[in-house]
Design a protein around this ligand. Sequence first.
Ligand code: CTP
Ligand code: CA
Length: 226
Amino acid sequence: IIAAFQPKVMAGKRILITAGPTFEAIDPVRGITNLSSGKMGYAVARAAREAGADVTLVSGPTALDTPFGVTRVNVQSARQMMDAVNAAIDGQHIFIAVAAVADWRVANPSTQKVKKGDSGAPVLQFEENPDILASIASRTTLAGHPYCVGFAAESENLVEFGAAKRERKGIPLLVGNIGHHTFGQDDNTIILFDEHGHTILPRADKLTLARQLISEISKRTNKHSL
Ligand code: CTP
Ligand code: CA
């Protein structure tokens, strides 16, 4: 469908989206990241904008172009992503966390490039990163703002783990991916988990799925009368 003919179901809505991987520094030139390409999050941002929303995209490092009309904030680490989300969250109607946020960061990054030789291979220590989605979900107001949507990539037991993760995060809607196989691919199969159970959206390209997701979020948030 050509964007101009998409129904503007999100007109007047402000939507904040995270996308891509995070990058956690080891030293000034090295770090730890993951295989998220950002394609799904960027597709969701594009679909939200096509649907008439005012869209802010907080993005980890990706090789993708900013979707037309979307405001993009670039970050590297999980803590920078958290700060950028907190700076943008006021007044947002919907928060969609698509980013593959590193669960741990290096606790002892070096301020100088680590050199071979002297003390053998470096030993890294890790500490847990803040959970951006859970922290935003915990501030949802009585009016239901922001309506929080999470994504989860599970390697197995997606149906069981997805339902449990939705409850644990305290969010109304969780989108499940079938594993890491979808990272970097142009299409995907997703499962929506809400308080009624789960619905499978059959395999399609990420933009088609993103448009379906925006339509599903719109139905649910209109019920919440945002
Ligand atoms: N998420 C986040 N901040 C984190 C970790 C995850 O905002 N520090 C968000 C992701 O963007 C995603 C959702 O939480 O929308 C689920 O991420 P996932 O990694 O599947 O869940 P975790 O709670 O980290 O659990 P797991 O141990 O399975 O990785
Ligand atoms: Ca995780």
